[in-house]
Design a protein around this ligand. Structure first.
Ligand code: OAD
Length: 248
């Protein structure tokens, strides 16, 4: 599995993981582009663009309210793949960075701390004027007002929509430039800039790994690939990685 990998000491390894909707699929959250995925039932233009929000904010609030309610229901829990990444962070400490395109909180729930939500979070609301973000655990609509401005302003879902700049890009690029291993999990590799991270990691000389149900759009850029359900292949990969290195 890691046959050609240089014999680093585990604690020195800098690992960057990118996750997408596939890692949360077995926790009961829908992906976007699979059969029956969110983008089959909803139009991206309507619910995931600034123009859509201007045209019909009620529809947009409703879409994210439903997803927030589902996320907060007791049925939705981290799965074995989330737990495996929490274990990896416990071993690697600050050398581990988890970049997620997901707007759920399952990585934090499983114990990951160093998580960069590049596409925002369902549990955050953003002031339409100042951009200041605050935690939100209930439904959001125009009646919710910020506490950062005077007079107050409405809040929008703190989700990065198409046409907007993803968050934490300088930090992510810095981590990728230093990575020894880049692991992409549960993403179709169709949305940039995340889809381009494998190229950046390759340019930095990192070992690149794809763990997904099926080959992604950029599968040929990865040095190592394993296909199957995240709950099986992520924990297997993490266990192999942890076994293959000297802890001293
Ligand atoms: P997609 O829905 O595009 O891709 C999900 C990937 O997960 C697919 O390649 C599936 O094959 C794979 N998959 C499904 N079930 C899986 C499982 N149980 N185990 C492992 N893999 C599985 O989702 P993303 O790539 O995350 O952006 O989408 C990227 C972005 O597009 C999202 O963050 C979202 C969306 O539009 C915004 O909303 C801004």
């Amino acid at each position: 599995m890691l046959a050609n990998f240089p014999p680093y000491k585990l604690k020195q390894l800098k690992v960057v993981v990118l996750t997408g909707a596939g890692i949360s699929a077995e926790s009961g959250l829908k992906t976007f582009r699979d059969n029956n995925g969110l983008w089959e039932e909803h139009s991206i233009e309507d619910v995931a663009t600034p123009d859509g929000f201007e045209r019909n904010s009620e529809l947009v609030y409703r879409f994210y309210n439903q997803r927030r309610r589902q996320l907060l229901s007791p049925d939705v829990k981290p799965n074995k793949a989330h737990l495996a990444l929490a274990k990896l962070e416990r071993v690697l400490g600050n050398n581990f960075t988890l970049v997620t395109q997901n707007v759920d909180n399952l990585h934090q729930k499983s114990g990951n701390k160093n998580v960069l939500h590049m596409h925002g979070s369902l549990l955050s609301a953003r002031c339409l004027r100042s951009g200041h973000c605050s935690a939100i655990y209930s439904d959001l609509d125009h009646s919710n007002q910020c506490d950062c401005c005077q007079p107050t302003n409405s809040l929008r879902p703190d989700i990065v929509w198409f046409g907007e700049m993803p968050k934490f890009m300088p930090q992510i690029e810095e981590c990728l430039s230093q990575a020894d291993i880049f692991i992409s999990i549960g993403t179709s590799g169709t949305v940039y800039p995340a889809a381009g991270f494998v190229s950046l990691a390759n340019q930095s000389g990192a070992h690149t790994v794809e763990l997904n149900m099926e080959p992604s759009s950029g599968y040929n850029e990865f040095a190592e690939k394993h296909y199957g359900p995240a709950t099986e292949i992520v924990s297997k990969f993490v266990d192999t990685l942890l076994k293959g290195f000297n802890f001293d």
